[in-house]
Write a protein that binds this ligand. Sequence first.
Ligand code: C2E
Ligand code: MG
Ligand code: MG
Ligand code: MG
Length: 282
Amino acid sequence: GESKQRSGSYARYAPEFDHHSPERLMLLGDLRRALDHPDAPGVNLYYQPQVRLDTGETIGAEALLRYQHPERGMVNPAEIIETAEHSSVMRMLTERVVDIALRQLKSWKDAGYDLRMAVNVSVRDLQSPEFTDFLTERIDAYGVDASRLQLEITESALMADPRRVVVNVQRLSDLGVGISLDDFGTGFSSMQHLRRLPVTEIKIDKSFVTSLTEDPDNAAIVSSTIDLGRALDIEVVAEGVEDEKVRKQLEVWGCHAAQGWHFAKPMNADAFLRWLASSRDR
Ligand code: C2E
Ligand code: MG
Ligand code: MG
Ligand code: MG
């Protein structure tokens, strides 16, 4: 994505879309070996605050995968997902991500922060009923409130096998888990997904948000998505807020919450805790 190129923090080495290239196969093998290990060396989550626009309060975080490859440095998460999604590594990866995220949520709760945690899930996870079982078991084990967890689902994930995905998402929703439609507006059937799934939240993709004060088309898309959310009683979160002008406009339009570099970049767990402490003092 555009953000990585700008910040230059990810190694670029593998060609896009070729799951069978030697680089991809090597990455897959390295990931599998890392995940086989109990501490999964190199596999980590960063947390980006989600901020309520009317009060400025941090209401939670999105957990974002970071993989520090032993030789290649930080690998772009989108590339990891693309590589893993067609293999059994995806399941291992998601289970690890869920486990780390729920453990973190519990530790925030113990520190006196009642936050929510948003976790990204892939097509592979939603096609299998075992994922729901795993999630139920982990929520129980950590003793966290299911409604504090949001699963972010991307539209492309839903294209793959709608019927099975709908059944599993419904089960998760019955547990009390929040269902968030990620990258809203970038796919072909956003509206259908809204009708088919028990959606509790829409996330407007950053490609519409970042430039909304400069681009009237994006402004129209974002403001009408906020109106749609209000009409359907679904919370709307904007991602990719990079400056105060955009933040202010979203607040004026009545958007519930936002995340983006204007507030904070994704951070490791220690830095996130410092962020929480400093925003409590504000
Ligand atoms: P996403 O879920 O839409 O996440 C938002 C992306 O926007 C993140 O990129 C985040 O770092 C970036 N971002 C946040 N604020 C700003 C901003 O103000 N400006 C710009 N330009 N970018 C911003 P990241 O961390 O590289 O993740 C990329 C994608 O990889 C995610 O998009 C998500 O689809 C996927 N992903 C990340 N972690 C996981 C995971 O644990 N599991 C799965 N299945 N997918 C993941
Ligand atoms: Mg997301
Ligand atoms: Mg998103
Ligand atoms: Mg996005």
